[in-house]
Write a protein that binds this ligand. Structure first.
Ligand code: SF4
Ligand code: SF4
Length: 420
């Protein structure tokens, strides 16, 4: 994949969220490819505007899906960020530096079970009545982080999902490893338990290895592929030791990264083939559950809508499977306009680029069809970001993971027990 593949046709422009908001060529995929091409010939063109245009890319991959020449703009920007990391730390826009400063402490919180337990405790504290107001008075806490706190789910569990013991089934159809993730494990552990219950309903035995790590997406997107590689190795080992044939993941961003692990080890004779076997085993939870033929439930009248996370729709080409699964569980779907347009979450983009993230969130909230009871989104970042955008309106729909909706329908139908 290289910039030379671009034929400058401009078909990607209308798909790019940053171009839609600004109308600027530099903030479009074609503009970014043009900049990357010029940088190869003459590094001195990297002025502040050029850096900002490359930094503003959401890595949402919408442009890659529509490009007739198969140019991987998101991938190319990501590769450039990794290469230019030292220079960006010195001269980059403040948001870019902020991101890199944040990746170190994030490594502690996201990379170990102890760090995740701390994250879980902090999230519970943020939810206590009055604490949010007190935090909002602290000058060093950016407004964007306060906004994110408003998007936290109502219940945050007291334990991680990876502590669940495998439950043997009498006649299993196979064994799956549940990739528990980092934010999913700490903040949305219930969704992981629900995923396990549904996979078991479909006949799969589920293991949730303790030693697995964060997928590395945030570090990879922020230009730190070494950390992403270290965690990838641990995830590959956890899978090899699990005895599972499939790695099931319910977070779109993680799934997209896990499916590209071989690229991280390109040219490494030991790790590349192991990473390839791993990525070939990765399946999105809604896709595998749609295939497992869960019992069809009677239709309900409650309408829901879906937000298609970028890394599920553009990144993995998965759009129909969550809809099939939800309809099988009896839900009626009312489609949202441009449901695969980025909501502005994009990892921690909403923290480092609050203005663009809020502009995209505002457009997204306007597009939610009137009268729906829930907005389903299969990615933790989208869940929190969109919930924060609706938190001021008591009549707004709740933003939930589609797995939670499906689990609730099967629990209410008596097909599965209570919370794991
Ligand atoms: S990136 Fe693709 S769609 Fe965009 S201008 Fe280049 S060739 Fe055309
Ligand atoms: S990855 Fe997204 S934000 Fe970046 S250039 Fe492509 S469409 Fe635009």
């Amino acid at each position: 994949m290289d910039t030379g593949q671009c034929v400058h046709c401009g078909l990607c422009l209308s798909a790019c969220p940053t171009y839609q908001v600004t109308g600027l060529e530099a903030e479009s995929p074609r503009g970014r490819i043009f900049l990357l091409e010029r940088l190869q010939d003459d590094p001195s063109v990297l002025n502040d505007n050029a850096m900002r245009a490359l930094d503003d890319c959401l890595d949402c991959r919408a442009c890659e899906e529509v490009c007739p020449a198969h140019v991987g703009t998101g991938h190319l920007v990501e590769a450039w960020r990794a290469e230019a990391a030292p220079l960006l730390m010195e001269r980059g826009p403040e948001a870019m530096k902020q991101f890199r400063r944040m990746t170190r402490p994030m490594g502690f919180f996201l990379g170990s079970p102890q760090g995740l337990r701390w994250l879980q405790r902090m999230a519970r504290v943020m939810q206590k009545p009055g604490i949010g107001r007190w935090i909002s008075r602290l000058k060093f806490v950016p407004a964007s982080a306060q906004g994110l706190a408003r998007g936290l789910p109502k219940q945050i569990p007291h334990r991680l999902s990876r502590t669940v013991k495998p439950r043997p089934l009498s006649h299993p159809r196979g064994r799956a490893m549940l990739f528990s993730g980092c934010i999913m494990d700490a903040i949305y552990a219930e969704t992981n338990w629900h995923t396990q219950d549904l996979l078991e309903l479909g006949g799969l035995e589920v293991t949730v290895p303790e030693q697995q790590r964060c997928c590395g997406a945030l570090h990879l997107h922020g230009g730190d592929p070494d950390q992403a590689r270290r965690w990838a190795m641990e995830n590959i080992i956890a899978f090899e030791q699990s005895g599972a044939a499939t790695v099931v993941v319910n977070a779109a961003g993680c799934g997209s990264t896990l499916k590209e692990y071989a690229e991280l080890f390109r040219g490494d004779p030991n790790w590349e083939p192991r990473a390839r076997r791993f990525e070939e085993a990765v399946e999105d939870a809604t896709a595998i559950l749609a295939r497992l033929d869960l019992p069809a439930l009677p239709s309900s009248e409650d309408p829901i809508t879906l937000q298609d996370p970028c890394h599920l729709s553009h990144g993995q080409g998965i759009r129909q499977e969550p809809r099939q699964l939800l309809m099988r569980a009896g839900y009626r779907i009312q489609e949202m306009k441009d449901s695969d347009r980025c909501c502005g979450s994009a990892g921690i983009y909403n923290l480092t680029h609050p203005e663009m993230a809020q502009a995209l969130l505002h457009r997204k909230v306007q597009d939610i069809p009137a009268g729906v009871q829930w907005v389903a989104a299969a990615n933790p970042g989208c869940l929190m970001h969109m919930q924060s955008g609706l938190s001021d309106n008591p009549r707004a729909p709740e933003v939930v993971h589609p797995i939670d909706l499906v689990w609730t329908a099967y629990r209410d139908a008596g097909q599965i027990g209570g919370t794991s």
